[in-house]
Design a protein around this ligand. Structure first.
Ligand code: SAM
Length: 285
C-alpha cells in the first residue's frame, strides 16, 4: 500500500490506495505509453493539456512506465487536437454521443464533460477490465468490451442523437482492409456522423526503426497500416464518405504546437512525408 495526498481547500488528507497491478501485452500495453505521456504533460504544467486524472491513474498503477519524457509535447498536442474536435462537436450538439474506439485509459470524458453528452467506450475485454478497476463511471458513460472490428458495438449506439466516433492510437494496429471496412461500416450504420482518428505515415515507421527504445521496437512490430497521400484518396472514395480533412492542432505556447501548425500548412504530399502523426476527420453523408 502507498499513501497519496489529497489537497482540498487547504487541508491535506492522506488516502491509502492499493496499487493496481497491470498485466497487458501486445497492442493493449501501448495504452500505457499514451497514458504515461498524458500524465507527464499534465505534470509539466503544459498549457496544452490539463489532465489531473491521468496523473492520479499513473500513480495508482503498478507498472514501470520507464522514461516517458520523449515525445511528451508531440503527444500532448495530438491529444489536444482530438479534444478540440470533440469539443467542437459538443458545442454544436451538447447532448450528442461520443464513441471512443480503443479508448484504453483515456480520461477524455473528464476533460470535456459538459454534463449532457453521452459516451460509449469500445475496447478489448482485458483493457475494459482494467479501465473499470481504475476509472470512475458516470451514468452517461457506457462501454462495450469487444473488438472495434466485430461491429457489434454499432448496435449500442443511440442513433437518435448526433454521433462522433474517435479512434486515437488505434487504426495503425489494424490491417488496411480492416480500416477500410470499419470506415465503410460506420458510413453505412451511422450516416451523418464524424470519425476522427490519427494515422502513422511511412516516414514515422522509418524514424521508429532508427530509434532504440523499447517502445519504438514494439511499435515497429505492431504497426500494420500506414498512411499517405494515396490512402487519403482511397478513404475519400469509400461509399458514404462525404469529406476528409486534416485537423489543425490548437494554438498553444511552445515550439511543438508551432511546428505542427506549420506542418499542417504544407501541401499534403510534403506533409505526409514527415514523421508526424496527422489527425484526420472523415465526414459521412
Ligand atoms: C495505443 S492504445 C490507445 C489508447 C487510447 N486511445 C489513448 O490514446 O490513450 C491502443 C488501444 O487500442 C485497444 N485495442 C487494440 N485492438 C483493439 C480492437 N480490435 N478493438 C478495440 N480496441 C482495441 C487497446 O486495448 C488499447 O486500449
Amino acid at each position: 500500500m502507498r499513501a497519496r495526498e489529497r489537497r482540498n481547500s487547504g487541508t491535506i488528507t492522506i488516502v491509502w490506495v492499493e496499487p493496481i497491478p497491470v498485466d497487458l501485452s501486445g497492442v493493449p500495453e501501448t495504452l500505457l505509453w499514451n497514458l504515461g505521456r498524458r500524465a507527464a504533460a499534465a505534470r509539466s504544467g503544459a498549457s496544452v493539456l490539463d489532465d489531473p486524472l491521468a496523473i492520479e491513474v499513473v500513480d495508482r498503477l503498478q507498472y514501470d512506465f520507464g522514461d516517458v519524457s520523449r515525445g511528451v509535447m508531440w503527444h500532448a498536442v495530438r491529444v489536444a487536437t482530438f479534444d478540440e474536435a470533440v469539443r467542437g462537436f459538443l458545442n454544436e450538439h451538447p447532448a450528442g454521443t461520443v464513441v471512443a474506439l480503443g479508448e484504453g485509459l483515456e480520461t477524455q470524458f473528464w476533460r470535456l464533460d459538459n454534463g449532457r453528452m453521452h459516451w460509449l467506450t469500445v475496447d478489448l475485454p482485458a483493457t475494459m477490465d482494467l479501465r473499470r478497476r481504475v476509472l470512475p463511471e458516470d451514468p452517461r458513460q457506457r462501454s462495450y468490451a469487444g473488438s472495434a472490428l466485430d461491429l457489434r458495438w454499432l448496435d449500442h449506439v443511440d442513433r437518435a442523437a448526433p454521433v462522433l466516433v474517435t479512434a486515437q492510437g488505434l487504426l495503425m494496429y489494424f490491417q488496411r482492409s480492416e480500416v477500410h471496412e470499419l470506415i465503410a461500416a460506420i458510413a453505412a450504420r451511422l450516416p451523418g456522423s464524424l470519425f476522427v482518428f490519427d494515422v502513422v505515415p511511412e516516414a514515422m515507421l522509418e524514424l521508429a526503426r532508427r530509434q532504440h527504445g523499447r517502445e519504438s521496437k514494439q511499435a515497429v512490430e505492431l504497426w500494420s497500416w500506414f498512411f499517405g497521400f494515396r490512402e487519403r484518396v482511397a478513404i475519400s472514395q469509400i461509399p458514404g464518405v462525404a469529406g476528409i480533412r486534416d485537423l489543425v492542432p490548437p494554438r498553444a505556447s511552445g515550439i511543438v504546437p508551432l511546428i505542427l501548425r506549420a506542418v499542417r500548412r504544407l501541401p499534403r504530399r510534403a506533409r505526409y512525408a514527415l514523421p508526424v502523426l496527422p489527425v484526420l476527420e472523415v465526414r459521412f453523408r
